[in-house]
Design a protein around this ligand. Structure first.
Ligand code: NAX
Length: 324
């Protein structure tokens, strides 16, 4: 019998939270033999809604769910957490500039980083979903001085999975036939879904695709899919985002055979400035990820990587005063 693992989730009563916590409790995150304790964190005004979520969790009678903590206190919520899924953040206000959103949300992640540092398990694995995910992650990692930087990651898995579907649909294949696809850079429309090394049925696919389709259809389709979902649903991706969060943490914890995409602190690979939280192709094993090395980067890919790098450097400059 395994000891229960503590999973903290912020923004747990929000849209993504509601699509996420039931799947964690059912064993989809860490395996069907791994008991879990959910530690759900919400703002004070959302405590009632959060209690409702906890009641529904109890009503599912999940065999693996050992306990539920609901709180508006980060120190209570992150206590001994083995995993922290940071979903809560402020949505962009009407007419608000992106730079102001970055600064507003940045402040949330200062306190979150400190609270994780002071309360969570020393090898707590952290996933930032709340936008701007990469830069929020940079801030949280900065304030969690005693926890290894590589434990801080940002979610680009939704972009990765969106790209898988688009390519499967184009080539008439199944997503499981596709290997070695990856997302580079920021979780924003500048990220680069790279098909250079991608195989379908073990054959390189890029040479059979029209470059114009990649450049003018595929890239913007993946990059702007979030906006397309908002147009159609009237609210932003929730179930698919929750699913991507599950995929990200599950593959990190339990390993994955194929390449996946994760926003991780750059170690300088591919000349990406060290420390920037950047999505790379990674493989995972025994609870660790490693950036895929030695890839040839074409001139086209380099241009795309440069654009998203520049945006991340600008975001970092916006919150420079928080990173001292
Ligand atoms: P909602 O507004 O439905 O839920 C967010 C919840 O977080 C709210 O219930 C709010 O009370 C709570 N919250 C805000 N600040 C908090 C804090 N300091 N501590 C604890 N809780 C806090 O948004 P939802 O649709 O769930 O989206 C959540 C975040 O995910 C947004 O920032 C969104 O932009 C981001 N996304 C990121 C994606 C990614 O791929 N990285 C894709 C989906 C999504 O857009």
């Amino acid at each position: 019998h395994k000891a229960p693992v503590r999973v903290a989730v912020t923004g747990a009563a929000g849209n993504i939270g509601y699509a996420l916590v039931f799947r964690i409790a059912s064993g989809e995150l860490l395996g069907k033999d791994q008991p879990v304790i959910l530690q759900l964190i919400e703002l004070p005004h959302a405590q009632n809604a959060l209690k409702g979520v906890a009641m529904e969790l109890n009503d599912c009678a999940f065999p693996l769910l050992r306990d539920i903590v609901t709180t508006d206190s980060q120190s209570v919520g992150f206590k001994n957490a083995d995993y922290a899924l940071l979903v809560g953040s402020k949505p962009r206000g009407k007419g608000q500039e992106r730079a102001d959103l970055i600064k507003d949300n940045g402040k949330i992640f200062v306190d979150t980083g400190k609270a994780i540092n002071d309360n969570a398990s020393r090898d707590c694995k952290v996933l930032v979903v709340g936008n701007p995910a990469n830069t929020n992650c940079l801030i949280a990692a900065h304030y969690a001085k005693d926890i290894p930087k590589e434990n801080f990651t940002a979610m680009t898995r939704l972009d990765h999975d969106r790209a898988l579907y688009q390519l499967a649909s184009k080539t008439g294949s199944q997503v499981t036939d596709i290997k070695k696809l990856c997302i580079w850079g920021n979780h924003s429309p500048t990220m680069y879904p790279d098909l250079t090394n991608t195989t379908v049925h073990n054959k390189l696919i890029a040479p059979t695709l029209d470059h114009a389709w990649i450049d003018t259809f595929f890239n913007p389709k993946v990059g702007k899919r979030g906006a397309e979902i908002i147009d159609a649903r009237g609210s932003s991706s929730a179930a698919s985002a929750a699913n991507a969060a599950i995929n990200h943490v599950r593959d990190w914890a339990l390993g994955s055979e194929d390449w996946i995409s994760m926003g991780v602190p750059s170690d300088g690979s591919y000349n990406v400035p060290k420390g920037l939280i950047f999505s790379f192709p990674v493989t995972t094993k025994n609870g660790k990820y490693s950036i895929v090395q030695g890839l040839k980067i074409s001139e086209y890919s380099q241009k795309k990587i440069d654009i998203t790098t520049k945006e991340l450097l600008e975001e970092r400059a916006c919150v420079e005063n928080l990173l001292k």
